[in-house]
Design a binder for this molecule. Structure first.
Ligand code: FE2
Length: 276
């Protein structure tokens, strides 16, 4: 399923794998001023190509390596004859895409290998300048794109929501906080989120997310300092591990968030750098 929502200067594409016509999980990508930001996933490739070839796409920018954002890089590069730009760590993954866990193959599909170019600092388009902002945390290569005139932030999977209580393997809480601190300092007005699409009140949303995670970090630290085990910490703070941990073949879970907090426990000795 692919839906197109026209916001005037930005077009949003909302893609989902469906079962019995019911969408399972939404993934969004966007078009602004000649730039396509992310590409959706491989299972919707025919719909993506059909929709995107009607637009004056000049370049494709990628936020990060995950297959729900990169699944159509190779296709669009070939069929639209446009360059694709990505962080060097994203390029490494796209050259040799990993064999994904079953749930990821079912939901989104394996991206075919692609050969993007290294992302540039900025893109001067007809109406807007779009700046690349390296913002790791969700993944090592995570890059946001910022339009300073309207203060639009194309944030990939930086935001996702304010109540998230789990990480994929490899997410880093210290990087998340640093990225959020810098992004919040830009005072973005609108988020274009990979999971939730266009969202107003961008800065307040990011502040609330930061505050919620900081609160979790402080609670974990208190228990960790009292020599409480990781499993008990998860139980006391979240009520235990989430079922998705097992469905995801141990790829996503609350334990990874707790582990990352413990690995970076010293940051919670300081007062928070962001207020609501
Ligand atoms: Fe992601």
């Amino acid at each position: 399923m692919l839906k197109k929502i026209d916001y005037g200067d930005v077009i949003e594409f909302k893609a989902a794998r469906t079962i019995f016509n019911q969408p399972l999980y939404f993934c969004h990508f966007f078009f602004i001023d000649g730039l396509l930001i992310d590409t959706g996933f491989a299972h919707v490739s025919a719909e993506v190509l059909e929709a995107v070839k009607k637009l004056p796409v000049e370049k494709v920018l990628i936020t990060h390596q995950h297959e729900d954002h990169t699944g159509n890089c190779a296709l669009l590069q070939r069929e639209l004859n446009v360059p694709v730009y990505a962080h060097p760590e994203t390029i490494k993954v796209l050259r040799n895409p990993p064999n994904l866990e079953i749930y990821r193959k079912l939901m989104w599909g394996n991206p075919p290998p692609a050969e993007p170019l290294p992302v540039k600092k900025q893109y001067k388009m007809n109406h807007y300048i779009i700046e690349s902002i390296y913002a790791p945390g969700h993944s090592i290569d995570h890059t946001c794109y910022f339009e300073p005139q309207n203060r639009y932030l194309f944030c990939g999977d930086l935001y996702l929501g304010e109540k998230l209580t789990g990480f994929m393997i490899g997410e880093n809480i210290a990087d998340h906080f640093k990225s959020l601190e810098y992004i919040i300092s830009l005072k973005p007005t609108v988020l274009f989120c990979g999971l939730k699409g266009r969202l107003d009140n961008a800065e307040s949303r990011l502040r609330r997310k930061y505050a919620a995670w900081w609160d979790i970090g402080c609670r974990v630290k208190k228990l960790y300092d009292a020599k409480v085990s990781r499993n008990q910490i998860m139980k006391e703070i979240f009520g235990g591990e989430i079922y998705f941990y097992y469905f995801s073949q141990h790829n996503w879970g609350r334990r990874y968030m707790v582990d990352s907090i413990i690995e970076n426990i010293e940051i919670f000795n300081q007062p928070t750098k962001i207020s609501l």
